[in-house]
Design a protein around this ligand. Structure first.
Ligand code: FES
Ligand code: FES
Length: 199
């Protein structure tokens, strides 16, 4: 009588044989060695950044983002780190008058250019019309997204992309607000648009 408790025998290679064969293949496909991350001063470079009209001489890891350079090396913490992946707009600053996501911008690429952050928007103790408009319209709740919203809104008006509410919504769509202050943000931009003398 057959022994029903034993697993059926199967033809073909044994497990040991298969592992041996795959072990050989895995060795052949092994990833090439990855270069080690620079340590100490290796990979660092002197960088001079002009931010809000002031020169900052720094020595930075060449991989440092503009956002980290601002926040961690210049104590300018107005630009916020929301996602650090270019998806929320909280880190928006101006470089040579254009809005950029500072979390996706290398600090060294901003050398020789003019960087403006939310800290540099007010002039002679007077708030920029966009800052005032956000206050007038309560364009924020927690305020985390607000510096990025305001920097983006100023650029939006200067670009001529704020002629209508639809335009404002479209060209501000890269700035997310988890508090959903969107209607008030649009109202604030509408007010500041008139005061900035642009479209
Ligand atoms: S922190 Fe830069 S886009 Fe979110
Ligand atoms: S005000 Fe809270 S995320 Fe915009």
């Amino acid at each position: 009588m057959d022994d029903q408790t034993k697993p059926p025998l199967r033809d073909g290679p044994s497990r040991r044989g298969l592992f041996g064969a795959f072990g050989l293949a895995a060795g052949a496909l092994a990833a090439p060695p990855v270069a080690a991350a620079p340590t100490g001063s290796e990979g660092h470079a002197p960088v001079t950044l002009s931010v809000n009209g002031r020169e900052h001489r720094l020595t930075l890891d060449v991989r440092t983002t503009l956002l980290d350079a601002l926040r961690e090396h210049m104590d300018l913490t107005g630009a916020k780190k929301g996602c650090d992946h270019g998806q929320c707009g909280a880190c928006t600053v101006h470089v040579d008058g254009s809005r950029v996501l500072s979390c996706l911008t290398l600090a060294i690429s901003a050398e020789g250019r003019k960087v403006v952050t939310i800290e540099g928007l007010a002039k002679d103790g007077e708030l920029h019309p966009m800052q005032q408009a956000f206050i007038d319209h309560d364009g924020f709740q927690c305020g985390y997204c607000t510096p990025g919203q305001i920097m983006s809104a100023v650029a939006c008006v200067q670009e001529g992309h704020a002629a209508t509410d639809d335009d404002i919504r479209e060209y501000m769509s890269g700035n997310l607000c988890r508090c959903a202050a969107y209607p008030r943000i649009v109202a604030a931009i509408r007010q500041a648009r008139g005061q900035m003398g642009a479209a």
